[in-house]
Design a protein around this ligand. Structure first.
Ligand code: TRP
Length: 379
């Protein structure tokens, strides 16, 4: 029964608007995958129920961001004709499957999940205050993936423990009930720089609370301001000085810091040779530009202006599509509703198979009833 089909599935928690870190890390690749068409089905979903597991004090944030993320998806190029976009909470079969999966995982196995461990620390949940739903979200995530028989889950490295847990659950289920579900594999980003784009301040990660994000929905003006304030090489004071792509510097307190020149990290992630032709014809490619920067004589202002042009040329079409979509928000909800309907068809089909495998389809299997009737007759 193991299906040979390639089914792609991935999703995001709607806890904020998507930023260019999401774009290079996942969204851009999803759009490519969608357009390459090398799959039987593709699902992208908004994990609102999972977002609630650690935002129970702020359900309104989750609700507002469902539509923001949907707008980001559509404006970045996800096409509802090619890829089913749906909202997790609208698929009740997910709860049903999770309910049975809960019997296949031990508490200690969940406690060992490294992603959950770090997240518990990050959220500052003390041992006493961890919500059960949060603690068990790897189980519900296994249901997200397997209910749609996903073979391929494009996601970051941090999601590998979730995939491992999902495969264990599938193996256990199939061992007990017979081959029914499909073991999913992760599809990691191909480009290392794209895995974790730092914030504009050079800090490890873009995060809303640090205010260091460039959003897909930023205007050209906001983009320019953010690029101009970006962290570069703190030692590059005069244009003639040699510049550094990374290094260490000592602050006023005498503490040494490692740094990376954020402008060049972004260029690594975004720019292509053709951008030079268009915006900076002095160089053929990024290597030539970097060499000049390190030699000295290339100012941060020029680099930032180039980066702005590159980013803006990527974001402008996204911005335009977003502006169109924002004119008719009910139509966007319609797209989501249709996506949910399509996703449910698949969900219902798998749940039927699951119930049949578990032999809890009491009322639609005449043989099950006959078998019991026979058993009692013999007595
Ligand atoms: N946990 C993922 C995140 O934090 C979101 C997610 C939920 C997901 N269910 C999924 C991703 C299923 C891939 C597949 O980003």
């Amino acid at each position: 029964m193991e299906s040979k089909k390639k089914i792609i599935l991935t999703g995001d928690r709607p806890t904020g608007k998507l930023h260019i870190g999401h774009y290079v890390g996942s969204l851009r690749r999803r759009v490519e995958l969608q357009n390459e068409g090398d799959y039987d089905k593709m699902y992208v979903f908004i994990a609102d129920a999972q977002a609630l597991t650690d935002n129970i004090d702020n359900p309104e944030k989750v609700r507002q961001n469902v539509i923001e993320v949907a707008l980001d998806y559509l404006s970045a190029g996800l096409d509802p004709e090619k890829c089913t976009i749906f909202i997790q909470s609208q698929i009740p079969e997910l709860c049903e499957l999770s309910f049975y999966f809960m019997d296949l995982v031990s508490v200690s196995r969940l406690q060992r999940n490294p992603t959950v461990k770090t997240e518990i620390q990050m959220r500052g949940f003390g041992g006493e205050s961890i919500p059960v739903g949060f603690f068990t979200y790897p189980i519900s995530q296994a249901a997200d993936i397997t209910l749609f028989k996903a073979t391929t889950v494009p996601a970051g490295e941090d999601q590998e423990p979730m995939l491992e847990q999902s495969r264990e659950i599938v193996r256990r289920f199939n061992h007990i009930y017979g081959p029914t579900l499909v073991e999913p594999q992760i599809m990691l980003p191909t480009n290392q720089v794209c895995c974790r784009l730092p914030g504009t301040d050079g800090k490890a990660k873009m995060s809303k609370s640090l205010g260091n994000c460039i959003y897909l929905s930023d205007t050209a003006k906001e983009l320019k301001k953010k690029v101009n304030s970006m962290f570069t090489d703190p030692l590059h004071l005069n244009i003639e000085d040699p510049g550094h792509l990374s290094g260490t510097y000592t602050d006023e307190q005498g503490v040494e810091h490692e740094y990376q020149n954020t402008v060049f990290i972004y260029l690594d992630a975004f720019c292509e040779d053709s951008d030079f032709e268009q915006f900076l014809p002095e160089y053929k490619n990024l290597d030539e530009m970097k060499a000049h920067y390190m030699r000295g004589g290339l100012g941060d202002g020029t680099c930032k202006k180039f980066l702005y042009n590159v980013l803006n040329s990527r974001l402008e079409p996204i911005r335009q599509r977003r502006a169109e979509l924002e004119k008719d928000i009910p139509a966007v909800y319609d797209i989501l509703r249709r996506g949910c309907e399509r996703a449910r068809e698949a969900a219902i089909e798998t749940m039927d198979e699951v119930r049949r495998a578990m032999k809890i389809n009491y009322f639609d299997d005449a043989d099950l009833i006959k078998e019991q009737a026979l058993r009692f007759k013999k007595k």
